[in-house]
Design a protein around this ligand. Structure first.
Ligand SMILES: Nc1ncnc2c1ncn2[C@@H]1O[C@H](COP(=O)(O)OP(=O)(O)O)[C@@H](O)[C@H]1O
Ligand code: SF4
Ligand SMILES: [Mg+2]
Length: 458
């Protein structure tokens, strides 16, 4: 190939990629976008900061067996270059007690989905713009004054029992009249010594919740485990201080001693052999695997119903990765919780998940039970992901990877986003974006190949 041919090719490439060209915006265009963004994001921020009665964000589950129902979620980033539709119409459920794995290549919107569930998107750019996130919460029941109602312990013949009263710092409260330790009605504790209150189930639509109300859920009913433990651990406080803090914050009336007891129990639960020592350590004194265990202990501290684990083991080496996955699996059953597990690693999903959601460029392209996704993958992208999974049998150490790129997120085409990379294209693929097609009670796929099949059957 001569020099001029090469130039022609380069030129052709430049010309071909229309979306790439649109990346270069004039100053005036950027200013216009910024102005429009400001208008939209101001509205959305106002909504998040509003004072709202509970009735404005209380909701109902479509299926009472679910703990979380995400429906038609759109989460965008309003940037000066345009709107990044990071999550663009995502719907899936988490049945109570199950693990749902969300998988897809880097940048497909997995983390933005999980951050939306916690309302942790970085505003004003990042915003939930549409959809519902229904969460079945188990919250303190409150009396007319808004106080949580303790559960008391009674004697064998139903008589009221009393116990010594302690203040928050754990010092006994002295009765000024008698000079003795004051008595208070005996409150019930759980197996970790944590005070029990009357609870009630309520369904909240997180997408409608003012950000201030999220404290009821975050860290208590839903907890997050990140890839990098140092993002949730504070380097200047001991592990013990940070664990205690969760209990002191979330359990009314908890004393320092009670908080410490719970912290040590949680460290035990996550398989830490010397919990007392770790309790007194600072984060930097622990290994990566230990820090990850501590972060899981911290997530459990608040007794969550839903754990969101975003690439929980990606930063760890293989042996420790296996240990942490084992730990998560065991814990789910112990706390009767549910897990939203996010990873780019299909191998982890295969080991952990009951249901699998496959994301591509901000949308779900296939979902089903783990068995359906692994034994009968239908979308060409899922099939490609499957092939790119390293196995013990493959003797080559070159990973298969699906060639080609994801379209520019600011300027998505209106046809199938996978088309440029798909080797199974049919004529219809030039047309509209494929709809979700149900292929079993639990299996859905968005691909024209199966729409064709369905039509032929009819
Ligand atoms: N703060 C941000 N500003 C603009 N775009 C963002 C921001 N955070 C994430 N995105 C975009 O959102 C998309 C999804 O990102 P993410 O959910 O982090 O992907 P992953 O599936 O790897 O977790 C990506 O295209 C990413 O570039
Ligand atoms: S709709 Fe067409 S282009 Fe898209 S994945 Fe299916 S076959 Fe491939
Ligand atoms: Mg991510």
């Amino acid at each position: 190939m001569g020099f001029s041919d090469k130039m022609k090719n380069i030129f052709k490439k430049d010309n071909k990629d229309e979306t790439e060209k649109k990346h270069y915006l004039s100053g005036a265009e950027v200013r216009n976008i910024a102005k429009a963004n400001l208008k939209i994001t101001r509205e959305l921020e106002k909504k998040k900061k509003r004072k709202a009665a509970e009735s404005e964000f209380i909701s109902e589950m479509k299926d009472s067996g679910n703990i979380l129902e995400i429906e038609n979620l759109h989460s965008y980033f309003f940037t000066d270059q345009g709107t990044v539709k990071a999550v663009n119409g995502v719907s899936f459920n988490i049945p109570q007690g199950s693990t749902v794995g969300v998988v897809g290549e880097s940048g497909c919107g997995k983390s933005v989905t999980s951050m939306s569930v916690m309302q942790l998107l970085q505003g004003p750019q990042g915003q939930i713009v549409e959809g519902s996130i229904r969460f079945k919460s188990l919250d303190f029941k409150r009396d007319e004054k808004g106080q949580p109602i303790p559960v008391y312990e009674y004697g064998e013949s139903g008589e009221i029992l009393y116990e010594d009263a302690y203040d928050r710092k754990g010092n006994p409260v002295i009765d000024l009249e008698t000079g003795k330790i004051a008595k208070t009605q005996k409150q019930k504790r759980d197996e970790y010594g944590t005070r029990q209150y009357e609870m009630e189930e309520k369904v909240f639509d997180i997408a409608q919740m003012p950000i201030k109300e999220m404290y009821r859920l975050r860290g208590r009913q839903m907890a997050m485990i990140f890839q990098e433990p140092m993002t949730s651990l504070n380097p200047v406080f001991t592990i013990g201080d940070q664990l205690d803090e969760v209990t002191l914050l979330h359990v009314p009336g908890a004393t320092r001693q009670e908080a410490k007891r719970r912290s040590i129990e949680m460290l035990n639960l996550v398989g830490i052999a010397m919990p007392e020592r770790v309790y007194k350590s600072f984060p930097h004194e622990l290994s990566g695997g230990m820090r990850q265990r501590v972060m899981i202990a911290m997530a459990l501290e608040g007794n969550p119903r839903l754990i969101i684990a975003d690439e929980p083991t990606t930063a760890l080496d293989v042996t420790i990765q296996a240990q942490i996955l084992d730990l998560l699996r065991g814990l789910k059953d112990r706390i009767n919780g549910s897990i939203l597990l996010i990873t780019h690693d299909l191998g982890i999903i295969a080991e952990m998940a009951d249901y699998v959601v496959v994301m591509y460029a901000g949308r779900i392209i296939e979902q089903g039970t783990a068995s359906e996704i692994f034994h009968n993958p239908m979308h060409p992208y899922t099939i490609g992901l499957q092939k790119s999974k390293p196995t013990m049998q493959s003797d080559s150490d070159v990973l298969f990877s699906i060639p080609g790129n994801v379209p520019n997120p600011i300027n998505m085409p209106d046809y199938c986003y996978f088309r440029e990379r798909c080797s199974k294209c049919v004529k219809k693929c030039a047309g509209d974006y494929p709809e979700m097609i149900q292929v079993s009670p639990t299996h859905w796929v968005a691909c024209h190949l199966y729409a064709e099949e369905k039509k032929n059957e009819n």
